[in-house]
Design a protein around this ligand. Structure first.
Ligand code: NAD
Ligand code: TYD
Length: 342
């Protein structure tokens, strides 16, 4: 008999959760995958279109904070693994309205873990972020975030993600919940919502619009292709040790200005489109991951560097203009107007 596992993937209509659903459904045809997503402004069912009719995939339109619905789903489906991507994920929106970040990112995590406790699972995995470590100074390129770097958050977004991480660790210690946490650096790749830097710049450059750079553009982010994030989570869920945190990153640090100039060069657009705008409040200076633990303990290796990953990402955006146009709702237009009129 085939040994089948059943997975719950939350937030699968979003950027990273969507890529993860594609990866898992196609890689493990003998396993079953249920995706639950509230379809907020950031969720789009079109992202799941290539797999929505596969026999090993099911979509459930629901909010992870809806306790009754979540418990009912767990009772019916009897999951082996739960992987929580669902979140409010945009720092600028968390500055505008922190409340919804606390609700989804913290209370949603609590609801899922309570269901795991009641119905039993093999592993709960929390998808976290490097932003829980705060930032590093720009003049210390020798410093990196390790799993032992203290949590020190800057934005309501990162504070909500760090709170959820602490709650996961508390459920592990107090209730013995089998769990793992991954903290990844900034992702880019297909199905990236165009409010985040890379898809926003591609979209605006194609339209010959001004490209908004916060502050001086000297802030550094460590960019990982979303495919590599997916393979890392898959490994952690199957082979990681209970109660452990794993950092994910591929040493691809770039200043925001370098990222924007690379995109302009690839698209053959002029640097004169670059426009410096008011800096983000509390703007983290530099993120840089040390992925030694996941590489040595689990043998994970990224497939892409920034140089090999950015070209295909730009090509994907060029070839999926319909997906981009459909995701740009009235809510997107309102946020763009308010954020950039600050
Ligand atoms: P995203 O905003 O693109 O997608 C989030 C998804 O969650 C959307 O489909 C949305 O509809 C869904 N969602 C939101 N609230 C929900 C709720 N209450 N119930 C059910 N579904 C809900 O986010 P993303 O960039 O794909 O990030 C996914 C996860 O990865 C997040 O937990 C984020 O913190 C983490 N992460 C992101 C990055 C990055 O660079 N984007 C890096 C590291 C970690
Ligand atoms: P973002 O994609 O929002 O990710 P995060 O804040 O989670 O790292 O932003 C990446 C970097 O780009 C960050 O330093 C802020 C900067 N940025 C701009 O300069 N202009 C923009 O319009 C946006 C959205 C971001």
């Amino acid at each position: 008999m085939i040994n089948m596992s059943k997975f719950l993937i939350t937030g699968g209509a979003g950027f990273i959760g969507g890529n993860f659903c594609h990866y898992m459904v196609n890689t493990y045809p003998n396993d079953q995958f249920v995706c639950i997503d509230a379809l907020t402004y950031a969720g789009n069912l079109e992202t799941l279109e290539p797999i929505i009719n596969k026999p090993n995939f099911k979509f459930v339109h629901e909010n992870i904070c809806n306790r009754d619905a979540v418990f009912k789903l767990f009772e019916e489906e009897k999951f082996d693994y739960v992987i929580n991507f669902a979140a409010e994920s945009h720092v600028d929106r968390s500055i505008e309205n922190p409340g919804i970040f606390l609700q989804t990112n913290i209370m949603g995590t609590e609801t899922l873990m309570d269901a795991c406790r009641k119905y039993g699972i093999k592993r709960y995995h929390q998808v976290s972020t490097d932003e829980v470590y705060g930032d590093l100074p720009l003049d210390r390129p020798d410093l990196f975030f390790t799993e032992n770097t203290p949590i020190h958050t800057s934005s309501p977004y990162s504070a909500s993600k760090a709170s959820a991480d602490l709650l996961v660790q508390a459920y592990h210690r107090t209730f013995g919940l089998p769990c793992t946490i991954s903290r990844c650096s900034n992702n880019y790749g297909p199905y990236h919502f165009p409010e985040k830097l890379i898809p926003l710049i591609i979209k605006k450059a194609l339209a010959n619009e001004p490209l908004p750079i916060y502050g001086t553009g000297a802030n550094v982010r460590d960019w990982l292709h979303v495919y590599d994030h997916c393979t890392a989570i898959d490994l952690i869920v199957r082979k990681g040790r209970d109660g452990e945190v794993y950092n994910i990153g591929g040493h691809n640090e770039r200043t925001n200005l370098e990222v924007v100039k690379t995109i302009l060069k690839e698209l053959g657009k002029p640097e004169s489109l670059i426009t410096y705008v008011k800096d983000r409040a509390g703007h983290d200076l530099r993120y840089a991951m040390d992925p030694t633990k996941i590489m040595t303990e689990l043998g994970w290796k990224p497939k892409y560097t920034f140089e090999t990953g950015i070209g295909p990402t730009i090509k994907w955006n060029l070839e999926h203009q319909n997906w981009i146009n459909h995701i740009i709702s009235g809510e997107y237009m309102r946020f763009m107007k308010e954020n950039y009129n600050r």
